[in-house]
Design a protein around this ligand. Structure first.
Ligand SMILES: Cc1cc2nc3c(=O)[nH]c(=O)nc-3n(C[C@H](O)[C@H](O)[C@H](O)COP(=O)(O)O)c2cc1C
Length: 171
């Protein structure tokens, strides 16, 4: 897929076909996250890949808005070191967002739908994923082939119009 088409095809897909994701496709998605840029190249991420219906059903309980995780073919939990420094924490959050977006766009390029989820219950997330105390779960990226059919570029997206968002030379 052209980059522009893959980018325009990405949107939150929360219903998935009953189809596994090939290891090579999953690895490419994960590698996209690994390759993401980060402040000082700190790479403040680890990715825990969860597959298997029971494990996904459990993981879906870490946040009220994560129910789609239970239906996914695989979900990537993005894990980050606990960061006490507020400046570094802010940079890390930006970096994590870039890694998430890279994985979502490369997933779309491979025909795989994705959907974010926040993590509310850190204790449960830590217990389910066996995270060390030094780390916390940051975000989940649920993955699966869309139940509604193949992804295609979205022409008309529910976004503010470009002329409203872009300012030339000054506000
Ligand atoms: C930081 C972040 C957290 C999000 N958390 C959730 C979530 O917990 N559950 C969910 O269903 N969607 C979540 N979303 C998805 C957004 O609701 C979605 O991206 C937005 O509505 C735009 O829709 P689109 O991605 O389909 O274009 C999250 C998105 C981001 C960027």
């Amino acid at each position: 897929m052209e980059t522009w088409d893959a980018y325009r095809s990405r949107r939150n897909i929360r219903d998935y076909a009953d189809r596994a994701i090939d290891d090579a496709v999953l690895e490419r998605i994960l590698d996209a996250g690994r390759r993401a840029p980060s402040a000082f190249n700190s790479q403040p991420w680890d990715f825990v890949v969860v597959t298997g219906r029971d494990a996904l059903t459990d993981l879906a309980t870490v946040w009220q808005g994560a129910r789609h995780v239970a239906r996914s073919a695989a979900t990537i939990a993005v894990v980050t070191p606990v960061q006490p420094d507020p400046d570094k924490a802010r940079w890390s959050e930006f970096d994590l967002g870039q890694a998430m977006m890279a994985m979502a766009v490369v997933a779309a390029d491979q025909g795989v739908g994705s959907a974010h989820a926040l993590i509310g219950d850190q204790d449960r997330c830590r217990a389910l994923l066996h995270l060390p105390d030094t780390h916390r779960g940051a975000y989940l990226l649920a993955l699966g082939y869309p139940a509604a059919g193949p992804l295609a570029p979205v022409e008309s997206l529910d976004r503010r119009v470009l002329t409203d968002v872009v300012h030339h030379q000054r506000w």
